[in-house]
Design a protein. Structure first.
Length: 472
């Protein structure tokens, strides 16, 4: 069974997901220290021949490789560690820096795997220690299966994760907003809100390390809780120890989710019964239309500030040299002439801004920022300014360009001039500060990380010529 394109690798024993150290002295060393929804925990799987894969971290854009370092534990049998430090993938299995890994399925139901570093034949192994430098690193020193199961890891499909903004509102399939409502002295959640600006509509989301969520209205400091199947707003549990206060989100489409209550393993739905009308209740084993929760951001206005591109770790790939234009000039005289050759081509650029959040939400934002482009094989920020984007949508811009190239044409010769340019793609991570004004007037600033810009453009202009003799 092949791995998903984007994955999270979780250690059951460490109860954490794989990321990498971001500071010295062991920058880039793999470590189980991340939440499942953390941007640092996202890896891309690139397939190779024979079921082998390269695994690349999506934040620093580096591939996993096996690195020798004997200063971490000081033990002779703990010298080789897995690091996210390879600039390029390497398929030559005779080289120690080969980046090929073989995923070996352990349990198809629970999606658990072992990973073997192909060049060395060593299994990846969780190494927990009390070191302040690396508390849960990844060894690659043994060709034998670990008796304690420290070499077995759960693989999570990143695209199945629902990553919500901090503040949200829910709309039911009756086109009404979910709001806090007191009924017979109890705090129910009812789908009868007509205006997203109502004080009882806005909700705040809190994630647990494994991707489950707790939810509370913005106004009172009480969390949602199942009682017995109705969802009330009366819990003081801020740690997530009570499963009745925990919910797991499932993605229905780009703007809709369903919520599974972990207390009774039932999905929440809009339910009318027991003297209650259109209230939220955890009572169905599968998702029906009454369980659809359309997610909206309860934001009056939004401004994007301090956008920063991580050009240092930008990735340039799929580079190809293309002939974009050609034209010819003929010299029918007996002397060499310098002639102008006009070349016309269509300059095409594409831009896609992908948000860390997994839903295509619609809160409008005002901002201005430059756009990354590839120039001479590296990424720089152009002077062109974007004033608005559609998250996840690809914008294509085409411009007809003309250039004049001066060519020396020998006597009685036709010279064809070819304009060659390199076309490539780039991935650039970026972060920004999001300034939201909620409907109650509260101003909230949030640093949003884990976003990725994907672009393509032409660069590296070259000219080539071909001469043909003229007969007359």
């Amino acid at each position: 069974m092949s791995l998903p394109r984007f994955i999270v690798i979780k250690s059951i024993h460490a109860n954490a997901c794989l990321g990498f150290k971001q500071d010295d002295p062991y920058e880039g060393f793999a470590e189980f220290s991340e939440m499942v929804t953390s941007p640092n925990a996202k890896f891309e799987v690139e397939s190779a021949k024979g079921g082998l894969v390269h695994i690349r971290n999506c934040i620093n854009m580096k591939y996993l490789e096996r690195t020798e370092e004997d200063s971490i534990s000081g033990k002779a049998d703990e010298q080789f560690w897995i690091t996210a430090t390879a600039e390029k993938k390497e398929e030559d299995q005779s080289k120690e820096w080969c980046t090929l890994f073989q995923p070996l399925e352990e349990d198809s139901v629970n999606k658990t795997y072992r990973f073997m570093h192909v060049q060395s034949g060593c299994y990846l192994l969780l190494r927990q220690s009390y070191s302040q430098d690396i508390t849960a690193g990844v060894l690659a020193t043994s060709t034998k299966i670990d008796a304690n199961g420290n070499d077995v890891f759960k693989v999570v499909d990143w695209d199945t994760l629902v990553i919500l903004p901090r503040y949200i509102a829910f709309k039911g399939n009756n086109d009404m907003f979910l709001r806090l409502a007191e009924i017979d002295g109890h705090p129910y959640l009812q789908f009868l809100g007509e205006d997203i600006g109502e004080a009882a509509v806005a909700m705040e989301v809190f994630y647990t390390p494994n991707g489950d969520i707790r939810i509370k209205p913005v106004c009172p400091d009480k969390y949602w809780k199942r009682k017995p199947d109705w969802i009330w707003v009366d819990s003081d549990d801020t740690k997530g120890n009570d499963k009745d206060t925990l919910f797991h989100p499932f993605k229905v489409d780009g703007k809709t989710i369903a919520l599974l209550n972990l207390g009774n393993k039932m999905f929440c739905k809009r339910f009318t019964g027991e003297g209650r009308t259109s209230c939220l209740s955890a009572r169905i084993p599968s998702v029906t239309k009454e369980a659809y929760l359309n997610v909206v951001e309860p934001v009056l206005s939004r401004k994007i500030e301090n956008l920063r591109y991580d050009t240092e770790n930008a990735r340039v790939y799929d580079e190809k040299v293309q002939i974009v234009a050609k034209n010819s000039a003929s010299n029918h005289t007996t002397q060499s002439n310098t002639m102008d050759v006009k070349l016309t081509y269509t300059d095409t650029t594409t831009s896609t801004w992908n948000s860390h959040f997994s839903l295509g939400l619609e809160a409008k934002a005002s901002f201005e920022f430059g756009v990354p482009i590839i120039a001479e094989g590296s990424v720089e920020i152009s002077t062109n300014v974007e004033t608005g984007i559609e998250w996840g949508e690809t914008k294509t811009t085409t411009t007809v360009m003309e250039v004049n190239h001066r060519a020396l044409v020998p006597p009685m010769t036709k010279v064809t001039v070819y304009l060659l340019m390199t076309r490539g793609k780039c991935d650039v991570n970026f972060m920004f500060t999001q300034k939201d004004t909620l409907f109650n007037g509260t101003i909230v600033r949030t640093d949003v990380v884990g976003n990725t810009y994907v672009g393509s453009n032409y660069y590296n202009v070259q000219y080539d010529t071909k001469e043909e003799p003229l007969t007359s």
